[in-house]
Design a protein around this ligand. Structure first.
Ligand code: GLY
Length: 590
């Protein structure tokens, strides 16, 4: 009897195990959060905000606790970061927000990228010899595109917000007006940038002490003019920025410094909602289990979504899992996929309102397979041998990202930027915020690399009212119509390859979000023909094996290859927030 009982249990468990495999629970069974990992995650049942700054994450989490949804929390976090993370959080920049509505499994791509002023011209940064004048392109009032952040946040609120607009700005106003404790990250960063930022007297006045010294960790930084600007936005919505006093201050600053942005440019700026780009990823070898993920990401004028999906389509046909995550052979596969994607980026990507981007072709499964077929598992190709694909036509890395999930399963992945760390380094007199230098993301001279070493072509030339190409890749992953991941990172040209790696860490290597984010990262962008790795990312023998495969390795300082913020929905529905350990990033849940 006893024996029979055990036999029944045995048969039942075997049957259950079989059913659970067939039932596609494979991806939900691994120890997604490993206790013996040094990366202990933040886990919470109701909501999660992960950003590059603790104060800003707390602001977002408080909004969720007050009953706000993910979009409310994202808007409040974005305005808080404009105060607490001046190098990338911003009012004077732009970016992209991806919104996921759980109830209907719909995603929306909100484009609030800066655009070129009406007076911009194709060759505006070329000197008498026809070379790019980097000082002019990077550090002058002419470096700034028309800012999009406030219009983007306001449109997000009009479409999906549920709390009062002014309540979403209140925490940022408080932090700017009453002051905040300077973090180690901010104090160190301001010190490092002192020489560049002090060149502009207005920036020196706002971001450094009256005696000219730098704020240190533990000091209090108050930003009263910024608080006044935020109050105008709180009272009047987007008009509080694009019209009235704030607009007058921007235009006066432009006119006094040969800048191009006019009242008309500000008035005409519009954030737009675009169709997302999406693809499917099936973990190779699990086709029978239908272990597939829907990846939804940013369309042009960001190149991020297209090339993320292109690289994943390639990886579906390559034996990454067998080769291993940290092995030379595994890294080699990813690098070869990156090489082709960035070659294509150099020619085919630009603002879709001005240029016919071959989106369907680049994200097609067939093209991914073709790229995979061209990859030699035992030998790196030279970038000079990889040309951008010919398509027959019908005739800074100091951006910042945050991820938010609310108790309904709605989510926001938001990446926004000033381009360089602190953008142009120029603050608007009287308004207290930094101007971007996003114009450098255009190809100032087709074929000549920009600050990130990225090469662009005609598709991304400067034209009035055109949006410059971006790499920002805020991404949402769903599985069976339910939210699974919210991911993204800053890092200029490295953004796309970081999202690619963290996604694969979770889906192919069964890591939790924190572990996936904190694993070593690397980057290749076709040109320069160089494999960039974080310091001490891989043991000497792995580096030697990579070099034997034909890769040239260059080490980049820690934190120079992305600062990742993500949320993973765990099998029991709880949320795991993963904040990058490369800074004082923070996940706040409740
Ligand atoms: N400024 C960096 C990017 O937009 O990709």
């Amino acid at each position: 009897m006893k024996y029979m009982h055990q036999t029944i249990i045995f048969i039942a468990s075997f049957f259950l195990a079989f059913v659970s495999l067939a039932d596609n629970t494979k991806a939900d069974t691994p120890p997604l959060v490993r206790y013996d990992s040094i990366h202990h995650p933040t886990i919470a049942p109701n909501g999660m905000v992960v950003s590059q700054n603790k104060l800003a994450s707390q602001v977002g989490a408080d909004i969720l606790k007050q009953g706000g949804n993910a979009i409310d929390a994202a808007i409040a976090t974005a305005f808080a970061l404009a105060v607490t993370l001046p190098r990338a959080g911003n009012l004077g920049g732009g970016g992209f927000m991806l919104v996921h509505i759980e109830e209907t499994d719909q995603q929306f791509a909100l484009d609030y990228r800066e655009l070129a002023p009406e007076l911009a011209t194709r060759d505006m940064y070329l000197d008498d010899k026809g070379d790019v004048d980097k000082q002019k392109a990077w550090f002058t009032h002419q470096s700034a595109g028309v800012p999009g952040t406030v219009a983007g946040m306001y449109l997000a609120w009009e479409k999906w917000g549920s709390l009062k607009w002014k309540n979403l700005l209140a925490p940022a106003i408080r932090l700017a007006d009453k002051g905040m404790v300077v973090s180690y990250d901010l104090g160190t960063n301001l010190q490092r940038r002192q020489e560049r930022l002090s060149k502009n007297p207005i920036t020196k006045h706002y971001l450094y002490k009256q005696d000219g010294t730098s704020y240190q960790a533990g000091d209090i930084l108050r930003q009263r003019d910024l608080a006044k600007t935020l109050k105008r936005i709180a009272r009047k919505g987007a008009k509080g920025f694009y019209q009235g006093k704030t607009a007058d201050l921007i235009v006066a600053d432009m006119q006094a410094n040969e800048g191009l942005i006019t009242h008309a440019d500000l008035n005409n700026y519009k954030a737009v909602i675009r169709e997302v780009v999406s693809g499917e990823f099936t973990v190779p070898g699990t086709e029978d289990l239908v272990d597939n993920y829907q990846i939804v990401s940013m369309p042009p004028p960001s190149s991020g979504g297209i090339h993320l999906i292109q690289m994943l389509n390639t990886l579906e046909h390559l034996p990454l899992k067998e080769q291993g995550r940290d092995t030379a052979e595994g890294i080699h596969l990813l690098v070869e996929a990156m090489r082709v994607a960035y070659a294509d980026r150099s020619v085919h990507l630009g603002d879709p309102d001005f240029y016919d981007v071959p989106l369907e072709f680049l994200i097609s499964e067939d093209y991914g397979k073709k790229i995979a077929d061209g990859i030699n598992l035992n030998q790196a190709r030279k970038s000079s041998d990889v040309a951008p694909v010919t398509i027959a036509k019908k005739e800074s890395p100091d951006t910042t990202h945050f991820s938010v999930v609310d108790k309904f399963g709605n989510a926001v992945a938001n990446t926004y930027t000033l381009n360089f760390s602190y953008g142009s380094g120029i603050m608007v007199k009287g308004a207290g915020f930094l101007l971007n230098n996003e114009m450098d993301d255009f190809s100032s001279k087709p074929g000549v690399p920009n600050m990130f070493g990225l090469i662009g072509a005609e598709a991304n030339k400067i034209e009035p009212e055109k949006r410059m190409l971006s790499s920002m890749t805020p991404t949402i992953v769903t599985k069976d119509g339910k939210l699974k991941m919210v991911i993204g990172t800053p890092g200029g040209s490295t953004i796309i390859t970081q999202v690619f790696q963290v996604f694969l860490n979770v889906t192919e290597f069964d890591m939790g979000m924190s572990e996936a984010i904190n694993a070593p990262r690397f980057h290749h962008q076709w040109r320069p023909d160089m494999l960039f790795t974080e310091k001490d990312a891989f043991p000497a023998e792995t580096n030697a094996a990579l070099e034997k495969l034909g890769h040239k390795i260059k080490v980049r300082g820690s934190g120079k290859i992305g600062r990742f913020e993500g949320v993973l929905v765990l099998p029991d529905g709880k949320l795991e927030g993963g904040a990058d350990i490369r800074g004082d990033d923070s996940a706040e849940g409740y």
